[in-house]
Ligand binder design. Sequence first.
Ligand SMILES: Cc1cc2nc3c(=O)[nH]c(=O)nc-3n(C[C@H](O)[C@H](O)[C@H](O)COP(=O)(O)OP(=O)(O)OC[C@H]3O[C@@H](n4cnc5c(N)ncnc54)[C@H](O)[C@@H]3O)c2cc1C
Length: 1019
Amino acid sequence: MRQLVGHLVVDAADRALGAHLARARADGYRLNINLLGEAVLGEREAASRVRRTIDLVGRPDVDYVSIKVSSLVSQISTWDTPGTLARVRRRLRPLYRAALEHGAFVNLDMEEYRDLELTLEVFTAILGEPEFASLEAGIVLQAYLPDAPAAFERLVAFATERVDAGGAPIKVRLVKGANLAMERVEADLHGWQQAPHVTKADTDATYVRILDRALTPEVARVARIGVAGHNLYHLALAHLLATRRGVTGAMDVEMLQGMAPAASRAVRDTVGSVLLYTPVVARGDFDVAISYLVRRLEENAAPENYLHQALTPGGETEAEARFLASIEEAATAPTAPRRDGTRPAPAPESVLVSFANAPDSDPAVTWVREAAEAALMAEPDLAVTAPELTSTAQVDAAVERARSLAGAWGTLPGRERALVLADVAERIEARRMDLLAVMAHEAGKTVAEADPEVSEAVDFARYYARAAAELGNGAGAEGGSSLEPWPVTLVTPPWNFPVAIAAGGVLAALAAGSAVVMKPSPSATRCGELVADLVRDALAGAGFDPDLLQVVRVPENEVGRHLIAHDGVDQVVLTGALETARLFAGWRVDRPGGPRVYAETSGKNAIIVTPSADLDLAVADVARSAFGHAGQKCSAASLVILVGSVGRSRRFHDQLLDSVRSLRVGVPDDLGTGMGPVVEPPSGKLLRVLTRLDRGESWALEPRQLTTQEIVGTWGSGAARWAGRLWTPGIRSGVRPGSWFHRTECFGPVLGVMRAETLEEAIEWQNAVAFGLTGGLHSLDPDEIALWLDWVEVGNAYLNRGITGAVVQRQPFGGWKGSVMGPGAKAGGPHYVPQLTRVAPHPGGSSGSSGAGSESLREAAEQMLAGTDVTNLPAEENTLRYRPVPRLLVRLSEHGSVADLEQVLAGARVLGVPEVRISLDRVHADARSGVGSLAVVVEDENELAARLPRLGDVRVRWLGGSGESAPPALWRAALAVEVGAGATIIDAECGSDARAELHRLVREQAVSRTRHRYGHLHP
Ligand SMILES: Cc1cc2nc3c(=O)[nH]c(=O)nc-3n(C[C@H](O)[C@H](O)[C@H](O)COP(=O)(O)OP(=O)(O)OC[C@H]3O[C@@H](n4cnc5c(N)ncnc54)[C@H](O)[C@@H]3O)c2cc1C
């Protein structure tokens, strides 16, 4: 490899570099050295990169180096541009001093759009310091950005003032821009406009526009121009312009080392000299040259680009036409930034037919950053207004009020409910900044974590609006049966996503036709109230009674229990700990109709990294997934399982440590905070995790509580309220399979490291927990990916990306095993709203299901197993697919029909459910003859209940005929199953379309896979 690309990337070893420099100089070239290295994820690597660049500057044979801001510091926060600016300035000063001392030139390269403002600020701020007044230094502008002409003028104004004050001129290297592919991906994933122009013609025209302005005596006096590129037309134009206008002395032509050597020679011979941009890389880091090379080669292969055209027969004609057009259009190419922070407001009607995710706020836009900062600064009012119900009579009254309103709401056409939800989306969007502020001050969320949560809330409103519209009248229809609403749903959201999950639960229930009582989390009550206010306003605005959503607070005593267990509450939507879900279900088990607790519970999530992963990307994703929101997302990575050589890789180990150690722990209302507080001063399990190791474990990074003095000293006395809650992140090494940390959900900023010999072993460990929420694999090997996808037992499977941050519709969210209670339709997915309805009782008793034709049933099953991706994002696959439940027990109860049993068995067959057992009531004993070799037990409900706990994690399909539900004894027995959340009982009535039944025999799985590298899409 080194030999193959040695002409493009130079060995940084002393002698090799010296020889290369001498040869190039003898050939009439000057060299601009750029030190490549591993991704800068932490401060250790950033400091080392600067130190090694300073060493280069100290060499007598090096007089020109380039470096980009993202190599100067780690943890760049676009939200906190001023704070990042201060850190970059501190890092850059020693390099500029070395340049002054050795008479060398330092250039700031440009990469991502989000760094444009930061780089401009750094450059002008530091060169404005008196110490550097005599230093000539450079910066890059990318013509593919419509922002470039204005940025150029800003630099010219700065340079004019500097030169007039006796300082040195500056230099601007003009390029077209090499990050187009990544900019497109970023825009796609965030729902933003892409920052660069959308046509090459506009890029070329902007390049010419800036050349024309730069190559004038007025500008040349204060700013030298580096004309960089391989497009010989544009290089020739620059040369001619400079010659004619007498400014050749202020222009360099810059080309890439080894990219088009014949062209470089010709230019050198014409112009006199060429500055060659020369990446150098240490021997041990040679693999990192690959990303550089991939970019260069992909760029050159793009059919619109000059080098491709120059080498294609007939291509010259197009190149010439493009060149002529670029001159004609120079004055008219767009100059307004494409990313301006605005977002489209879809018409309510359009929300009902199509869905698009709400874009997150764009921190690259100045006014957006300023608005967020202003919101954080203005202390929001956190006073809680919801009534506290202190007696069971008050609880009864609230439930009665909900029931009294439910009928009219539930019989409305779904479309009318949908329009209310569409309005809620607008109201949430309009209050985005207020919500950010309340989330920061009450729930401890940083802006970077809170902003996507608001987007998610907006998404829930729009997505469930469409779901309501699709339900039609009442609660709609499913597979030929009509659905009807449950009158009252109780929604109990968590503190860790107090806005999005509150909105999601409430809006799904309203969409399904229920009246709702919401009990916000005591740790984030104001967040929940704010969401509820917006929903109530929308209800009132549309002429409905706002009490269709009531917000109540209840103490955790018999009053609270009375609400949860209330007969008048038909179903409970809970997001919280598994223990809470089991507790609630236990309280509700004797209700007619069963507990009906639909819960998204806990997780013990792991990311596997194999030797065929891109380790730079893996480290970044592991760190982000483990420590986002201080590890308190239920999707957070709690374990990383390193396979084979990755477990022994010094580089992986050091990079992970460097990255995590560099996380900026702080208060949530500081925009520069990378990791905020935990929800309350740790005690119990979390304290144990943060302070105690188990056998064989050691701290690779020991967590530490920030002292009150440190907190107050850094953020002022107001910050004392976060005391006890700010911890530095921890990494525990040597976690053993089967150990406490391996199996226990911890919900805090600690990552455990396990080392497996093979991928198979790693998957076994990943699955060997009671939960099955999220899981990840980092590997570029298709066979490893296929193996993992076959075996991993999680509801949300992530490939080559982080495992948190699920987005509505893209990655509907919800787990398997102990991570879910109830049938497990995913939040933000197509079955969530229907899950909150019920199949209407069939007038004649049993539904008498006729079943679909076996061919269409097979086709439907195949489609479900393969899954579909409705998002069509080029850079990310998002497939929602269905896996058959591993163990199915079909119970035909006294009033159930044999036809229903046959329908379920047909479904299980086409889906390939591996283990099917049957339990028949004595009146159906004869049905035994029709089920082939399947294991059958003839028994009554109590006998089944007695043996159910021994059957383990099993899906029970209870068939009891129209309007019947499973008996309390069975629900109680299901809860007694030790594994996970217990056995899952589904007692919904069978519809007349067997395809609908298939959904009751599967688990949903959302697979999200990164489909690009460095922006370039996989074929
Ligand atoms: C010495 C040197 C230093 C460089 N330093 C940097 C740097 O710091 N930062 C950086 O980003 N790049 C840098 N580059 C790369 C540069 O930005 C260009 O990507 C590269 O030179 C190709 O442009 P060209 O003018 O040679 O070729 P051309 O073929 O004329 O132009 C290709 C360029 O046009 C643009 N383009 C192509 N298709 C489209 C489209 N559909 N819509 C919009 N624009 C389009 C892209 O920018 C593409 O790279 C550097 C290049 C050189 C030679």
